[in-house]
Design a protein around this ligand. Structure first.
Ligand SMILES: [Zn+2]
Length: 329
C-alpha cells in the first residue's frame, strides 16, 4: 500500500528510513483533489497520513470565516495599510492558509499588482501571480522573493517565513512600500515579535514593519443534535480555569455525528494590532512577551482562550476542545 502511494506521490520507494512528503493530483467525483502525502518512518513501519485539499473549492471570503464584526473591522483596517507586514500564525491545520487566501481575495483588484510565493500553491486565485518554490531546482523562497521585488508589486504574500534570509527580505520589503502578508509558526500572536528578532531581524525593523498579527486555530463544533447540558464541577473549574457552577455543553454522540459528539469546525483567533505604544516598546528592545501581551490586552485584544471561552458559553464547543486548542498559551 505504502509502495503504491509512494509511486503515485512521486516519492522514493527504496527510502524507508527518512520522512517524505509528496502530492497526488486526483479527480474524485468530478472534483480536482490535491492529496498531500506525508510518510513517517516508525519502529513498526512507515505511517502514512494523507490530507485532502479540494482545488476547485472556491474558498472562503473574509466575511465567511466567522470573525466577529469588531474583529472583521480590525482585519480590514490591517489590510488597508499601504505598506507593512501582517502575519498569520498557528500550527499546521489551523486554517491560516484559508484566512490568508481570503485576505488576498479581499485585496484583489485589477489596479493592484499582487504576487505570491508559496510552497506549494494551495489556493489558486484568479488575477494574482502565484509562484511555487521548487527546492529541487534551487528555487527557494529567498530566490523567488528577490525576483519578485524587482517587479515591484504592491502586495506580496510569502507562504511561510522559515529562515533568516526570507524574514529579512520580507521585513525590508514591508518598510519600503510593499504590503506583505506571511505566516509564522508561533503559539500566539505576541510571540511573533521575539520570533522575528530571534530570526535576526533588528528590533527597530520589526517595530517599523509589523502592523498586526492574527493567530488562529480550528476548534470542533459540538453536534447540535446530541450535545448535553452540564454544570461545571469544582474540579473542572480548576482544570479548565472557568467559574464553578456555570452551565456548559458536553459532547455525547449520535447518528448525526457518527457518534463522535462533534460536527464541523470553526475558527477561533486573536488579533494583535501594533499600536504606537507597542511599536515604541518593541523599537526600544522590549521582547518580554508577558509585558507586551499585557499591553495588547489592555488595548483591547481578545486572546485565543477568551475567543474559545465565548464559544463554550454559547454552547458551540466544549471545555475540552477549548483546552486542547489553546493549550501552551
Ligand atoms: Zn450527535
Amino acid at each position: 500500500m505504502t509502495r503504491c502511494i509512494k509511486v503515485l506521490a512521486n516519492l522514493d520507494i527504496a527510502e524507508k528510513r527518512l520522512p517524505q512528503d509528496g502530492r497526488i493530483f486526483q479527480e474524485i467525483n468530478g472534483k480536482q483533489v490535491d492529496l498531500r502525502v506525508s510518510i513517517l518512518p516508525t519502529v513498526h513501519g512507515e505511517k502514512t497520513v494523507i490530507r485532502f485539499i479540494y482545488r476547485n473549492h472556491r474558498g472562503f471570503t473574509l466575511s465567511e470565516i466567522g470573525f466577529k464584526e469588531e474583529d472583521y473591522i480590525k482585519i480590514k483596517q490591517l489590510l488597508k495599510n499601504p505598506y507593512g507586514i501582517i502575519l498569520l500564525t498557528g500550527p499546521t491545520g489551523s486554517g491560516k492558509s484559508t484566512t490568508l487566501a481570503a485576505s488576498l481575495k479581499w485585496l484583489n483588484h485589477e489596479s493592484i499588482n499582487m504576487i505570491t510565493v508559496e510552497d506549494p500553491v494551495e489556493n489558486v486565485i484568479e488575477g494574482i501571480s502565484q509562484v511555487a518554490v521548487n527546492t529541487k531546482i534551487g528555487l527557494d523562497f529567498s530566490k523567488v522573493l528577490r525576483a519578485i521585488l524587482r517587479q515591484d508589486p504592491d502586495v506580496l504574500m510569502i507562504g511561510e517565513m522559515r529562515d533568516e534570509e526570507t524574514a529579512g527580505i520580507a521585513i525590508r520589503a514591508a518598510i519600503t512600500g510593499h504590503l506583505v502578508l506571511s505566516t509564522l509558526h508561533t503559539n500566539n500572536a505576541i510571540s511573533s515579535i521575539p520570533r522575528l528578532i530571534d530570526m535576526g531581524v533588528e528590533d527597530y525593523m520589526v517595530a517599523a514593519a509589523v502592523k498586526g498579527v492574527i493567530s488562529q486555530r480550528l476548534i470542533r463544533r459540538l453536534c447540535p443534535v446530541c450535545r448535553k447540558k452540564h454544570q461545571v464541577t469544582a474540579t473542572e473549574a480548576i482544570i479548565y480555569k472557568v467559574p464553578e457552577g456555570i452551565m456548559v455543553y458536553k459532547p455525547k454522540g449520535c447518528k448525526a455525528c457518527n457518534h463522535i459528539g462533534y460536527k464541523g469546525r470553526m475558527a477561533i483567533y486573536e488579533i494583535l494590532m501594533i499600536s504606537q505604544k507597542l511599536q515604541e516598546m518593541i523599537a526600544k528592545g522590549e521582547r518580554d512577551t508577558e509585558i507586551l501581551q499585557r499591553i495588547a490586552e489592555e488595548e483591547g485584544m481578545h486572546t485565543l482562550w477568551q475567543n474559545a471561552y465565548e464559544h463554550v458559553l454559547n454552547g458551540d464547543t466544549s471545555m475540552e476542545e477549548m483546552l486542547r486548542v489553546t493549550y501552551k498559551q
